[in-house]
Ligand binder design. Structure first.
Ligand code: BES
Ligand code: MN
Ligand code: ZN
Length: 498
């Protein structure tokens, strides 16, 4: 589906389906919806007055104009209560309408920019949310014989006032770049680990890189060995599948731009290694590269949007497998900064690959480093599934920016303590630190471990609970399965940097 901007009255649209909106409990239509109602001789009003439609979020009323206007059908999407109205409501309302339109066989849809008129939201934000809700809700995960799901060809966003058009245009541009990137991430996380190997991710990085003039380096075992990446290499030891330490650089060699580094955990399958995981639900560990996928998606969107930043992505990618060559509990590793690590559990592999990635980030002299990782089950225990990712941060201003972007995008972050109290719990008799601090405070000890490898403003996002959704919520734009979490958060953060 392509999004277009149209200046004019939506009543005059040549689309087969028109989407207007209504707040919950409204007794009269307003704004552009009122104009449509008028053209329909009060059919929208009748829908409300009769109590057939109440404007609840997710509710979609269908009207057949029977020639009163050109469109075959008019969908009235509920915006929910005025007092609860925000960008998230816009996304949900837009998503509900477009899913209904597809169900009814629509090919061309015209929609109001929800919230830009009566809702008094920022116009760019409202257009972005309308577009994202529409595109993201329609997604279906790749199947072996994919049924076509992208059957709506165009979405026309209508705006009457000329002075608002550039803002709508900008919102639509953001929506398309973000949604395409989220589609990519959902595909990458959905597809099996035999397909989405480190090599596959490296090829994808090269593909994105060549499209946007990024410099892409893919380090193999020998490359990593030359750089003394003992922690990353240890995790890769048991894997037959070649590991890939992927580095992408957007706008390299432009000292006038701020440098930001994004790091993503890229374990393409996490069996736990010699500390083998139980068989039950192990298939979910294909998600363990969702951090790397989100960063890849953010890089694609950044390229598409031509963000004025020197952006670096670092993606340490490997499987974590049990094998005769695997690393073992009790092994003592030396990371690329010379620090030694006693392995307690080979299942605490994420922090090991991140350790070398975080050290590698330092050479870019970054203004900030943000890592995304499906790091701990403990974070899911603490914050729940599909509620919030944990954020650990050593810089209050950076944390505030990220938390705010989380609110705006509804990819929410909740602050967790990066306190030295966790440090004694990963003490080792034989190395600088252990890679696990046991069950209690498992999310805190993972973060304090990572801190040993950072030397710049840094935020660690534990996204373990956010990358997969067993059962989609009734009103939402995130279908069951891979969520694509992180792209919209990162793009909002990058776009609003400074
Ligand atoms: N990839 C897992 C974390 C995970 C768990 C992600 C559940 C998504 C859902 C990670 O590598 C892991 O195994 N962590 C261990 C750490 C422990 C051994 C210290 C965990 O959380 O149990
Ligand atoms: Mn693990
Ligand atoms: Zn893992």
């Amino acid at each position: 589906m392509k999004i277009h901007i149209v200046q004019g009255n939506i009543v005059e649209s040549d689309a087969d389906t028109i989407v207007v909106n209504l707040f919950e409990g409204a007794t009269e239509t307003g704004g552009a919806t009122a104009a449509v109602d008028q053209a329909l001789n009060g059919m929208v009003q009748e829908l409300i007055s009769g109590g057939d439609f109440r404007g609840r979020l997710g509710e979609v009323g269908v009207i057949y104009p029977r020639g009163a206007i050109a469109a075959r059908r008019v969908l009235v999407t509920g915006l929910g209560k005025v007092e609860d109205f925000n960008l998230e409501a816009v996304r949900c309302a837009s998503s509900s309408a477009l899913k209904k339109a597809r169900e009814l066989g629509a090919k061309k849809v015209a929609s109001l920019v929800h919230g830009a008129g009566v809702g008094s939201l920022d116009v760019t934000d409202a257009a972005q949310a309308t577009g994202e809700g529409a595109m993201l809700g329609l997604y279906k995960s790749p199947k072996k014989y994919p049924e076509p799901w992208d059957t709506i060809e165009t979405l026309d966003l209508f705006e009457l006032e000329a002075q608002k058009l550039p803002a709508v245009e900008q919102g639509a541009r953001l929506a398309q770049a973000n949604s395409q990137a989220v589609y990519l991430v959902r595909d990458l996380v959905s597809l099996g680990p035999n397909i989405i190997t480190p090599t596959y991710l490296a090829d994808k990085a090269r593909e994105i890189g060549s499209k946007f003039g990024m410099k892409v380096t893919v380090g193999d075992r020998a490359w990593a060995a030359e750089r003394n990446m003992g922690a990353f290499l240890a995790v890769a030891k048991g894997a037959e599948e070649p590991p890939a330490f992927i580095v992408m650089e957007y706008n390299p060699g432009r000292p006038e731009l701020d440098t930001l580094v994004l790091v993503g955990k890229g374990i393409t399958f996490d069996t736990g290694g010699i500390s083998l995981k139980p068989a039950e639900k192990m298939e979910n560990m294909k998600d363990d590269m969702a951090g790397a996928a989100a960063v890849l998606g953010a890089m694609q969107a950044a390229g598409e949007l031509e963000l004025p930043l020197h952006l670096v992505a670092i993606l340490p990618c490997t499987e974590n497998m049990p094998d005769g060559r695997s690393y073992r509990p009790a092994d003592i590793l030396t990371a690329s900064n010379g620090k030694t690590i006693e392995v307690i559990s080979t299942d605490a592999e994420g922090r090991l690959v991140l350790a070398d990635a975080l050290v590698y980030a330092e050479q870019f002299k970054p203004k900030a480093v943000v890592d995304l990782a499906t790091l701990t089950g403990a974070c899911v225990i603490a914050l729940g599934n599909w509620v919030a990712a944990g954020i650990f941060c050593n810089d209050p201003a950076l944390q505030e920016k990220l938390v705010e972007s989380g609110q705006r995008t509804h990819e929410r972050l909740w602050p967790m303590p990066l306190w030295d109290d966790y440090r004694p719990k990963i003490k080792s008799l034989v190395a600088d630190m252990a890679n696990s601090g046991g069950r209690f405070g498992g999310v805190g000890t993972s973060a304090i471990f990572l801190k040993e490898f950072t030397d710049y403003p840094w935020a660690h996002l534990d996204i373990a609970g956010m990358v997969h959704l067993e059962q989609a919520q009734e009103v939402s734009y995130t279908p069951s399965g891979a969520t694509g979490f992180g792209v919209r958060l990162l793009v909002d953060f990058l776009r609003r940097w400074r």
